[in-house]
Design a binder for this molecule. Structure first.
Ligand code: NAI
Ligand code: A1CAB
Length: 283
């Protein structure tokens, strides 16, 4: 490049989503909100209503088949259920062999070796485990790259997911099941707790609207304190808990009821399910 040539940042890659369901919608929504060009985002989904809604909400290019969507795209986001991933890869494997895209799989469980094999062997695969708060730019994503991924592709995946929240690289692929169990599935645990807290408030005589407001705003405030202040969760909890006070009575009830062990078992069950989803797809 001569000195007089203006320097330009590389244009964003064309990204094709295969599967336009809940998680893809969260990622696409986050990307578009943060300024991604919708004409460079292509989505395949067999369900017409899904396609129509994505086009109406975000203006992205929509297609009924994966083979159409991946045309020209150098980054493919595999966003279908683990149970159908192998079939979906078979639809595009011939194109993958020629186009050599970066495949970013968000599927729980499935290993980079399985995905690389299904895409013709030796494919560049990144496993990403995002979560649904990506929709509002508050996502959290764990990333693992196989040996075929080059530094440019690493950067592409990081920028794609960084648009919707922080990312963390995981070096040991086996840990992706733990990432899935903590942050991938994690929002559901918080929503379950919100449901329980709202219901408990109603049982204490509050209206449904008031219980919802109190519970939800409390979760927001507590989450912000966790993420914005450099204090351990246990310290923040102790600050609320006056000796012999109301919080103490509730926290004791949680402790005696085995909340910590229950959370431990729930997270272990999610991680084990990830391993099962992978094993179910071994030859
Ligand atoms: N929902 C979540 O919170 C998270 C989900 N994931 C992963 O994301 C993936 C998708 O999950 P969800 O979005 O929740 O499921 P979903 O069921 O909402 O979306 C899957 C979409 O794939 C479409 N589909 C099925 N066959 C297809 C084909 N041949 N070509 C193109 N599209 C096809 C379906 O019509 C559906 O819209 C899963 O592998 C899951 O493990 C990962 C992180 C979080
Ligand atoms: O429930 C699931 O299998 C997916 C993966 C993480 C969140 N949802």
């Amino acid at each position: 490049m001569s000195d007089s040539t203006p320097s330009t940042s590389p244009s964003a890659p064309i990204v094709a989503f295969i599967g336009g369901g809940n998680m893809a919608r969260s990622l696409i929504g986050g990307m578009i909100t943060r300024g991604a060009d919708p004409t460079r985002v292509r989505v395949a989904d067999p369900v017409a209503a899904v396609r129509e809604a994505l086009f109406a909400d975000f203006g992205v290019q929509v297609f009924a088949s994966a083979t159409e969507a991946v045309d020209q795209a150098s980054v493919w986001v595999l966003a279908v259920k683990p149970q159908v991933m192998r079939t979906v890869c078979a639809e595009v494997v011939d194109i993958a062999r020629n186009a050599r895209p970066l495949a970013v799989s968000i599927a729980a469980g499935l290993s980079s070796t399985q995905l690389s094999t299904w895409l013709g062997g030796d494919a560049a695969v990144i496993r990403a485990m995002p979560n649904t708060p990506s929709l509002i730019g508050a996502g959290m994503t764990g990333l693992f790259a196989n040996a075929q991924v080059d530094p440019t592709q690493r950067g592409q995946a990081e920028r794609l997911l960084d648009a919707v929240g922080p990312t963390v690289w995981i070096e040991d692929e086996a840990q992706m099941d733990a990432v899935t169990a903590v942050s991938g599935s994690g929002p559901a645990y918080v929503f379950l707790f919100a449901e329980a807290l709202q219901a408990a408030g109603i049982r204490q005589g509050l209206s449904a609207d008031t219980a919802r407001l109190l519970a939800n705003q409390t979760l927001l405030g507590a989450s912000r304190m966790l993420t914005e202040r450099d204090e351990p969760a246990a310290e923040l909890r102790r600050n609320v808990t006056s000796p012999g006070g109301t919080t103490h009575a509730a926290v004791e009830t949680f402790e005696q009821g085995g909340l910590r062990e229950l959370v431990d078992r729930a997270v272990a069950a999610a991680a084990a399910r990830g391993r099962e989803l992978s094993a179910a797809n071994d030859d």
